[in-house]
Design a protein. Structure first.
Length: 257
């Protein structure tokens, strides 16, 4: 039930959804010209505001501001924990090859850590919301990718049942205890890192952290573009969803400081 509600919340947190609802409202109130026009202008304002760089930059900085990397370059970690979320499962199923979305940095950075001897093993945690038996399991695909890149299978541990960040932590905890890992490094996107680290802390796993997929812009505000862009609207939506996810997880007691 929570997964269904979370997807509904994702939809409602999209500025595009807000604009569409305002557009529908303008049609319903078309007999009242001023109200209808006002709703249309509000819809355009929402689309414009959340697709320009100044607003996108503000939201991104607010979301990634709590992402603190505590990675120690002089440490060889027992295991690096790679959270799922970088794989396009539907595209992977269609092509038969690993297909990634806009955040492939998780698997790439994990590979580099293993290749360079900065971690002895890797824990891949990520399943699929699709309940079909033949559905792609992200942990399996990422394991195959790492093996293709030359990482020995015995260095790879898979957890393929998780459907969200809470389950990543819950399902990883027994595997971590079973392998006796002490020094751990949690790798995920900068926007996702505070919530992910909080979830692992809530189940008793205190890991060092490494933020990847950093999207905060170093460009001074005065040089940011005021032209609307579809990519900006998408990024604003991602940040709004992450901020809302933190609130929901905190209220449910799924994260710890």
């Amino acid at each position: 039930m929570f997964l269904v509600l979370s997807k509904l919340l994702d939809l409602l947190l999209s500025p595009l959804t807000w604009a569409l609802l305002l557009g529908v409202g303008s049609l319903l109130w078309r007999r009242r010209a001023r109200v209808s026009v006002g709703l249309q202008l509000a819809a355009l304002a929402v689309l414009y505001a959340f697709s320009i760089e100044p607003v996108v930059a503000l939201l991104t900085r607010a979301t990634e501001g709590g992402a603190v990397s505590t990675f120690r370059k002089d440490t060889v970690y027992d295991a690096v924990i790679l959270l799922g979320g970088g794989l396009d499962a539907a595209a992977t199923e269609r092509s038969g090859q690993p297909e990634y979305n806009a955040a492939p940095e998780r698997i790439m950075r994990g590979f580099e850590l293993l290749r360079d001897g900065r971690a002895k093993q890797v824990l891949l945690t990520g399943g699929n919301l699709d309940a079909r038996p033949e559905a792609v399991v992200e942990a399996d695909v990422l394991a195959g990718q790492l093996e293709h890149w030359g990482i020995a299978p015995e260095r790879i541990v898979k957890e393929g049942r998780s459907r969200n960040t809470r389950e990543n932590a819950l399902n990883s905890e027994p595997l971590i205890r079973e392998h006796g890992w002490k020094s751990l490094l949690l790798v995920t996107s900068a926007a996702h890192l505070p919530r992910a680290a909080g979830c692992f802390a809530a189940v008793g796993i205190r890991a060092d952290t490494l933020a990847v997929d950093v999207r905060s812009s170093p460009i001074p505000p005065a040089r940011l573009s005021w032209l609307p862009r579809a990519g900006g609207l998408s990024q604003s939506t991602d940040m709004l969803r992450e901020l809302a996810g933190r609130v929901v997880y905190r209220l449910r007691g799924w994260t710890a400081p």
